[in-house]
Design a protein around this ligand. Sequence first.
Ligand code: AVJ
Length: 317
Amino acid sequence: MIARPLVSPPQYAEEVIRGLSSPRKTLPCKLFYDARGSALFDEITLLPEYYLTRTELEILRDRSPEIARAAGSPVSIVELGAGTATKTGTLLSAFARGQMRVKYFPVDISPAALEDARKRIRQDCPPVVVKPIVADFSDGFGFLRNIHERKLVLYLGSSIGNFDWNEAVAMLKSVRGQLSPRDTLLLGTDMVKAPEILVPAYDDARGITPQFNKNILVRLNRELGADFDLSAFRHVAEWSPRASRMEIYLQSERDQTVAFADLNLTVRFAAGERIHTENSYKYTLAMIEQMLCVSGFRLEKTWFDQQKWFGLNLARV
Ligand code: AVJ
């Protein structure tokens, strides 16, 4: 017997029990992002197949002066899920170059990431005042109320794509509810494209994405006392044209049982049975317009890269 620390199970235990007890097994994709998962995601963003980050950054580089003009000055830039703010520097520099007065409020659940963000911006754009906000979006967007200047809200990386349609609309509506007439939203969206491009982006040759996906099992082994055999699960990435999304699964390679020592739970898997771990929605311009419109925004302008693989959408309330 290995002694395990006697701590109460983490917040997310209920969701894990529910997800793995359901006839179609699921796990919430937010569980990817522990320290190792966040490091693996950073590695993903550098993969040749994972065009999203690189392409969005290219648009930001080319279009930052236009974006800055559209947002106006002075402005407070609020970035939802800012992480370490690697992409935002480009935009902030454009504001600074245009002699525009700008404050930057990176919002994230990770205080460590926010500290990195603050240092990075102080290095790269010293005129910009940085005010980090530690917040979890499940508690709403009330923190936006405390920022009184005109706001530009950033939601980059196509993170919106992890939400189903109704969840995305609910999230956008709740952001919208905290904004005033002159405020703007800049939303990053990955566009629908050929499966030959999409699938490798989520199933790379080096196998980093499979590690990222399986890290969820590593985490459940460590934090919930589970005994997942990592070699008995396979990473699967599929394009669903019907749902307009990439679907990510962990597929059981054989009949097996997994026990959760901390939860009084055992889960049976049939050979070939899957755990659905993530959706990543891909959009058409019509979908983006519709999604923003029903959420109380008006799409003003979309900037694309040359191949129209990724979009940066500027919307007004
Ligand atoms: C962080 C949600 C934008 O969906 O492309 C990358 C996460 N999952 N590879 C995405 C992810 C697998 C990523 N987002």
